[in-house]
Design a protein around this ligand. Structure first.
Ligand code: 8X3
Length: 250
């Protein structure tokens, strides 16, 4: 039987690239996102390759998460692979100058959203004694860099939750992995800099950043290992990056 993957933040960046490589390899998809038009466009496009359904909801809205997952059609209710990808950085400023709305958004989406979605899907994986959860973290979950403060805290939480899930779900035969990317050229910086495209573009200038497809390839590799193999945790940089702050730029 074909596996079904549930991908949050599926309409752009790493989520979209993961949906694409999964579709090419016949994995059935539940695409999740906030933007109805983009969701529908991607659903139509990937339906040419595999069976796809979509759910429009905001991961940080607890009731919406529960209702969306309950509303899945019968033939998509069994989730084999959960990709906890939805997440954003909002702002890049010193902690003393931080914006409370930005902090709320990052903690609500990156941490609580991941928890709400996971909590709704754990029971079926536990009941079947199988399942795979891939948490998309960040180098910001391994290091703290200047002005990263709350974003780094949210990704450190993802790192901790990844470990916590693995420990607590271990007896239920559920695989849990985290991928922690460094600089990936996506809409990430545009969101971080609130639409300032010049500032965002500068982040990826002077070196070759990772592309969303590079991370999607790795996610596909991770989820297609034999069931007894669990890749625990991967940090992935572009070659030009040495850690959260050292980048070999031209
Ligand atoms: C994205 C990578 O270095 O901007 O999470 O935090 S970084």
């Amino acid at each position: 039987m074909k596996a079904t993957a549930f991908i949050t933040g599926a309409t752009s960046g790493i989520g979209k690239a993961t949906a694409e490589i999964f579709a090419k390899n016949n994995i059935r998809l539940v695409l999740c996102g906030r933007n109805a038009d983009r969701l529908e466009g991607l659903r139509k496009e990937l339906s040419k390759l595999t069976e796809v359904t979509s759910l429009q909801f905001d991961v940080s809205n607890r009731i919406a998460v529960e209702n969306a997952i309950k509303s899945l059609p019968e033939n998509f209710k069994t989730i084999d692979i959960l990709i906890n990808n939805a997440g954003n950085a909002h702002g890049l400023s010193s902690i003393q100058e931080g914006d409370l709305d930005d902090w709320d958004a990052m903690l609500d989406i990156n941490v609580k959203g991941l928890l709400y979605v996971s909590k709704a899907i754990f029971p079926q994986m536990i009941a079947r004694n199988s399942g795979f959860i891939v948490n998309i973290g960040s180098i910001a979950g391994k290091e703290v860099y200047p002005n990263g403060n709350v974003y780094c805290a949210s990704k450190h939480a993802v790192n901790a939750l990844n470990k916590g899930m693995r420990i607590d779900l271990n007896k239920h035969n559920i695989r849990v992995s985290a991928i922690h990317p460094g600089a990936v050229e996506t809409a990430f910086s545009e969101v971080r800099f609130k639409g300032d495209t010049e500032k965002a573009a500068a982040v990826y200038k002077g070196y070759k950043p990772l592309q969303a497809e590079d991370i999607a390839d790795i996610i596909y590799f991770v989820v297609t290992r034999p069931y007894h193999v669990n890749i625990e945790d991967l940090v992935v940089y572009p070659t030009a990056q040495a850690n959260a702050t050292i980048l070999n730029k031209d």
